[in-house]
Ligand binder design. Sequence first.
Ligand SMILES: NC(=O)NCCC[C@H](N)C(=O)O
Length: 258
Amino acid sequence: MPSKKALVRRPGPRIADGLVTHLERTPVDVDKALSQWQGYVDALEAHGWETFLVEPADDCPDAVFVEDTVVVFRNVALITRPGAEQRRGEIAGVEEAVARLGASVNWVWEPGTLDGGDVLKVGDTLYVGRGGRTNAAGVRQLRAVFEPLGAQVVSVPVSKVLHLKSAVTALPDGTVIGHEPLVDTPSLFPRFLPVPEEAGAHVVLLGGDRLLMAESAPKSAELFADLGYEPVLVDISEFEKLEGCVTCLSVRLRSLYA
Ligand SMILES: NC(=O)NCCC[C@H](N)C(=O)O
């Protein structure tokens, strides 16, 4: 059975100062964010995921969005160079965490920028969003690291949301799901299912038929249940105010040898 390990990082005291790009800023309740984060971690653990805490980076308001700092394919972790300069201080702790777990570590170098939220894995295909945070050099470096390992890298324009995975993720059968008004080019995906809510486009595959998703997408949850999946709902409202979603709060590691 593949190991189910997930990296998470506790939200820091400055979380309310996190970046907002496509949303208007609204106040974030720091205590509520912490308890919602704990609920998210509990949901991962309740479904068999062993969680590993990445060293806090309390000077970085967005550090809780740990997904953006690393992309893992097979046993190789690519440490990103986040597109937002103020997030670059987040990577040191993640580097250490993935190395400790047995990954072979690679880095994105200047002038490349890449956010993990821009990389969607569907089987051996890595869709990469070329948008506000990931540039062409970052896409090229992703390709250079993972194509020799058997990945096929497909680049996808992203202009309407922060990251590719703010627009689309995928169901366990590989069907890509997205809220159509926010997806630049749905025809790039071999199977695309439109969902009725923006947050309904974000699922974390917990294993089997179970999908971790935000409480703020009840109609999409109903759609997935009707398709034979089991939605597991969590309240992440404080993270949504900062353009975060369920995917960005963890990095799941399934293929490390450690
Ligand atoms: N992968 C993600 O969806 N990350 C969300 C990052 C939100 C954070 N406020 C940012 O703008 O970088």
